[in-house]
Design a protein around this ligand. Structure first.
Ligand code: NI
Length: 167
């Protein structure tokens, strides 16, 4: 079990674009296990590899109450999105900030599992927003990037101050 360091906004490494996974090997499985440990420890409902400074298209999610339904998405793609979600979202890289940004209510997509096997997925509600949020991370996009410039600079200043205070 390893708890990885989660990059904090406005760390520029959060804006790196992740590469597709091509090797479904032991190191990928270790990364997935460590990301799951890190997400549960935080705790959060989703985590993208970008947030732990690994720039590969991998994300984990678990929206269950008991934190016992881990979902793993490697090389995920959204094929179709419909509707507009009313949900607010937060991010382990942007602690204490909750905002609503434009997200599909329902998505349909395709991904690979830890062994490289393709699967189709459909999601609505919280899972849909979570997956769109995490897939944005893999594109180097943080949800605050959708907010006004003024809000972004306020959030960045607040978090820099918290990071200074934490040493
Ligand atoms: Ni996030």
């Amino acid at each position: 079990m390893a708890i990885l360091n989660i990059l904090q906004y406005p760390d520029p490494r959060l804006h790196k674009v992740a590469e597709p996974v091509r090797q479904f090997d032991a190191s990928l499985k270790r990364l997935i296990a460590d990301m799951a440990d890190t997400m549960y420890d935080a705790p959060g409902v989703g985590l993208a590899a970008t947030q732990v400074d690994v720039h590969l298209r991998v994300l984990v999610a678990d929206i269950s109450d008991r934190h016992d339904q881990l979902m793993v998405f490697v090389n995920p793609e959204i094929l179709e999105g419909t509707g507009e979600s009313p949900l607010e979202e937060g991010c382990l890289s942007v602690p204490g900030v909750y905002e609503r940004v434009a997200r599909f209510e329902h998505i349909r997509g395709r991904a690979q599992d830890a062994d490289g096997k393709f699967f189709d997925f459909e999601a609505g509600g919280l899972l849909s927003v979570c997956l769109q949020h995490e897939m944005d991370h893999l594109q180097g996009r943080v949800f605050v990037d959708y907010l006004s410039r003024l809000k972004q600079s306020r959030i960045a200043a607040k978090l820099r101050k918290l990071q200074r205070e934490a040493g």
